[in-house]
Design a protein around this ligand. Structure first.
Ligand SMILES: Nc1ncnc2c1ncn2[C@@H]1O[C@H](COP(=O)(O)OP(=O)(O)OP(=O)(O)O)[C@@H](O)[C@H]1O
Length: 643
């Protein structure tokens, strides 16, 4: 954090501080607002106030004295049209001087840079208000959004249990000041944020306007909110702070759930799935969880933790309890249990058998709800899968117990699916009578996979192949040997064994119609190629998986599949890579001609290397030796052109 030396003014003891560079940039963006929906600032302030009340409630478990004579949490909004001010006040935990500087002068979040980049790429503008608003929540830059509507913001705060109080003040233009507040003008406990509204934002002093926004955006925060419409007026309650999750499902509308979801997730979309239940019996807990309608920006951040909050008897305890497995890290919501003591410690949370039982229960419920959604609303489920499928698939190798359930939830592009997605159950239902294997091909992109020569023989025989282009696919396929008793097999590993499947056009089976001489030529050519390429490939053999291309590379029967090997080698996790197998299409005119060219050994030699390089290129690699490749190609072209 960059701090300028204290500069004392004559009348106060205000210290000027310069904002951290990132905050200054962020504020600049807020002031020159990229968001057309400015109402979001109010939700951010109310949500911070509610968090502050919940933190106090939690600290007061061990230090009840913090509550003093004011035990009930509250958020109050004060409007002053004459002064053009909106004040948001809470009696929560408040901030010490250090906390104030830390919280409102820096951005300690890893996602901030990503946020800046995203906004600067002006994506938010293109996406319109909703996109921008979603970014604010996802990236946690909430407080600063008040500079969209205010040209000065004063934060008066006193931390619970402390005598000193502080005033933070800024016009959002690069610096802020901090001074000590005299006890009389400070809140007894908590924080009072005064927004000096811009002329064009004066509507935020209108009672109807503010009441409407709060009910709409923050109607379900678990702290009651009241409103004072002008100085001297009586406070009127506008929300009761009752915990939505404690009410019965029949009393809650879809809109109530959506509001609550937006509050808890910081997103502005609709949840794709809501899971709300009360488990009684061995353990008593309530869960309200949501699958978001859109993916968060940091879904694949390795540090991203689960987002399920733990409450004990309606008191917020932590959002760090890992209440769902990592592969469900996109689910937002909470678990509230009466079975843990309020002063549950971090160690207890980690080791508690009660929590492991709850974890299991919640995971099962979420997965079952996803299964039901797939049945009752397949379209919605497909969106969920498109957004989060790559994460759910991590569970196939991480969660042995639920592997088959997760495999059942998985959806795939296949050689026959077109633009649709198919389940493994669909695949198995449409298998050929003589087929006992589920075939797949992994690769780095769908386009690359679709163009793979390895698929040709399968396509020609009408055998469906799963096209797996997520990086995680290479890992789970290794651990998921079967689905409903059918093993999974890569079409680029080992022998294809397609001989048992008839080609639909009734074409010959495996060279039965080839004259003896051609067969002998191919056999000799294979021996020659094997000898010539012995340093590069483990074997050279005739292929039954090729119909159009002359060559392809496949992995040996045992060991890693080619795509996985590439990923591991790229990540520096393999000391050495294994040699692939080169397959030649014995029915291909080029291969036949080359095999027949026994009288031209130099030409055959060039052809063998060029065919190998061609297979490498089709596999997304470079030729083994670029210079030699160019020379061979040159010689061949010269010959072809009769030069
Ligand atoms: N009313 C308040 N009482 C106490 N602390 C507050 C209050 N408002 C803000 N803060 C402090 O300022 C910090 C920054 O707030 P900001 O809204 O920018 O981010 P956040 O609330 O931490 O993130 P998110 O928006 O993801 O919840 C908070 O984490 C909190 O420590």
């Amino acid at each position: 954090m960059s701090t300028e030396p204290a500069e004392k003014s004559a009348t106060t003891t205000a210290e000027q501080h310069v904002f951290e560079a990132d905050v200054a940039r962020l504020l600049h963006m807020m002031v020159h607002s990229v968001y057309s929906d400015k109402d979001v600032f109010l939700r951010e302030l109310v949500s911070n106030a509610a968090d502050a009340c919940e933190k106090l409630r939690y600290e007061a478990i061990t230090t009840p004295g913090l509550l003093a004579e004011d035990p009930d949490p509250r958020i109050r909004l004060l409007l002053d049209a004459e002064q053009r001010q909106l004040i948001v006040e809470d009696n929560g935990i408040g901030m010490s001087r250090g906390e104030l500087v830390e919280a409102l002068g820096t951005i300690a979040r890893s996602g901030t840079r990503a946020f800046m980049e995203k906004i600067e790429a002006s994506k938010a503008q293109e996406e319109g208000a909703n996109g921008g608003a979603q970014l604010i929540g996802q990236f946690g830059v909430g407080f600063y959004s008040c500079f969209m509507v205010a040209d000065r913001v004063d934060v008066a705060t006193r931390r619970a249990g402390e005598a000193q109080a502080w005033m933070w003040s800024s016009d959002g233009k690069g610096s802020y000041s901090i001074s000590e507040l005299d006890a009389a003008s400070a809140p007894a406990r908590g924080t009072r944020i005064t927004l000096h509204l811009m002329e064009e934002a004066k509507d935020y002093t209108s009672r109807h306007q503010v009441e409407r926004i709060v009910k709409q955006q923050s109607g379900h925060v678990p702290v009651p909110i009241s409103l004072i419409e002008k100085p001297g007026a009586e406070p009127v309650n506008i929300t009761d702070g009752s915990a939505l999750w404690t009410r019965s499902k029949s009393e809650i509308s879809k809109e109530d759930y959506a509001d609550f979801y937006r509050g808890i997730s910081g997103q502005y979309d609709e949840p794709a799935l809501t899971v709300h239940f009360h488990a009684e019996g061995r353990h008593d807990y309530r869960t309200l969880a949501f699958v978001p309608g859109t993916p968060p920006f940091d879904l694949f951040d390795p540090d991203r933790k689960g987002r399920i909050k733990l409450y004990v008897k309606r008191v917020f305890i932590t959002d760090d309890a890992e209440l769902l497995p990592r592969y469900l890290r996109f689910v937002r919501g909470l678990v509230d249990t009466a079975d843990l003591p309020l002063n549950v410690s971090r160690e207890m949370i980690q080791e508690s058998p009660i929590l492991s039982a709850i974890r299991k229960g919640v995971t099962n419920r979420v997965l079952t709800a996803l299964e039901k959604l797939a049945e009752s609303e397949p379209e919605t489920y497909l969106t969920v899968w498109q957004n989060f499928g790559a994460v759910l698939k991590e569970g196939i190798y991480e969660d042995f117990e639920r592997r088959s359930q997760l495999l059942g939830l998985a959806r795939f592009r296949t050689t026959t699916s077109g633009e649709d997605l198919r389940s493994l159950a669909d695949y198995v239902k449409d298998m050929k009578p003589e087929q006992d294997t589920i075939y797949y091909l992994t690769g780095s992109s769908l386009e690359q996979i679709k163009a793979s020569p390895q698929l040709e023989g399968f396509r020609a025989r009408g055998i469906e192949v799963l096209l797996l282009s997520d990086q995680v696919d290479s890992f789970w396929v290794m651990n998921a040997p079967d689905f409903e008793g059918k093993t999974l097999k890569s079409v680029s590993q080992g022998a294809a064994d397609l001989a048992k499947f008839a080609k639909p056009d009734g074409a010959s089976k495996d060279g039965e119609d080839k004259p003896e001489e051609a067969k002998a030529d191919i056999a000799a050519f294979l021996v020659l190629a094997k000898e010539e390429l012995k340093d590069d490939v483990a074997d050279v053999r005739a292929s039954d998986r090729l119909t159009e291309s002359p060559v392809c590379l496949v992995a040996a029967e045992t060991g890693y599949d080619r795509q996985l090997e590439k990923i591991l080698a790229g990540a520096g996790q393999l000391a050495s890579t294994s040699k692939p197998v080169l397959e030649l299409n014995a029915d291909h005119a080029l291969v036949k001609a080359m095999a027949h060219a026994k009288h031209a050994p130099a030409l055959q030699n060039d052809a063998i290397h060029l065919l190998y390089d061609q297979a490498r290129i089709l596999d997304g690699e470079k030729p083994a030796d670029a210079r030699a490749f160019a020379e061979r190609m040159g010689r061949l072209l010269e010959k072809a052109l009769g030069a």
